[in-house]
Design a protein around this ligand. Structure first.
Ligand code: 8X3
Length: 249
């Protein structure tokens, strides 16, 4: 019987690429997202291999209804990929909207831990794998990263903490920390600014969603005695620029 992977935010970017990667390897996928039209397209393309679960990760009621509605053949989840998440804006803290900060926390942190809590018992029973999509922003602060970076640092530490709590249970947990990657993520972050998107990626040879999908596949298919704790992945074109020093002259 095929193994089952549950991927949040499967309607685009890392999530969609991960769904494609695992289906190509014979897995069956439960893909979540808010946009039913996109989930339906994947379902039309992959048939019984792709089970849509349409819900907004910030709405626990919708989440529970979708989980309860999963067909029995998708009820035993081997791998959970917590991919759904977003960055809103690149402005410095004083220029940001509090509503954006709250939305990032609600999605990247509260939604993610809520879903993980609901699926945890089954993942323990199956000695499953949990892959959390953090970011290089978890380690490396940059101007405009503020709450986004904070949520991703939470996610990294949550992953490591889960490992401690699940000690001896055979469950594996990984924090994946991608750098610059070309995906819809940046259109969301810039409020749909296509010019900003083109400027950022032109000539940058950024990571592609398929690169991260391959990384997730590698992590999740290691022998059962190996846990990849955290994995930071950048394009070669991206590195660090050092500290800034303000001078009162
Ligand atoms: C975002 C990574 O490098 O685009 O998670 O800030 S980066």
């Amino acid at each position: 019987m095929s193994k089952t992977i549950f991927i949040t935010g499967a309607t685009s970017g890392f999530g969609e690429a991960t769904a494609r990667r695992f289906i190509a390897d014979g897995w069956q996928v439960i893909g979540t997202g808010r946009r039913m039209d996109r989930l339906a397209k994947l379902n039309a393309e992959f048939g019984v291999k792709f089970q849509p679960a349409c819900f907004d990760i910030t709405d626990e009621g919708e989440m529970l209804t979708a989980l309860a509605g999963l067909p029995p053949e998708f009820s035993e989840i081997d791998v959970l990929v917590n991919n759904a998440g977003l960055a809103l804006g690149t402005a410095a803290a004083p220029q940001t909207k509090l509503s954006d900060w709250k939305q990032m926390i609600d999605t990247n942190v509260t939604g993610l831990v809520t879903l993980t809590h609901h699926l945890l018992e089954g993942l323990i029973a199956r000695r499953g794998v949990i892959v959390n999509l953090s970011s290089v922003a978890a380690h490396w602060p940059y101007p405009g990263g503020n709450v986004y970076g904070g949520t991703k640092a939470f996610l990294r530490q949550f992953s490591l903490g889960l490992r401690s709590d699940l000690h001896g249970k055979g469950v594996r947990v990984t924090s994946i920390e991608p750098g610059l990657c070309e995906s819809e993520f940046t259109l969301v972050r810039t409020g749909g600014d296509q010019e900003a998107y083109d400027r950022l990626y032109k000539g940058a040879n950024a990571l592609q969603p398929e690169d991260i999908a391959n990384t997730i596949h590698w992590v999740a298919t290691q022998p059962a005695h190996i846990n990849i704790n955290s994995l930071e992945v950048m394009p070669v074109s991206q590195s660090w620029a050092g500290f800034q020093v303000h001078k009162d002259l």
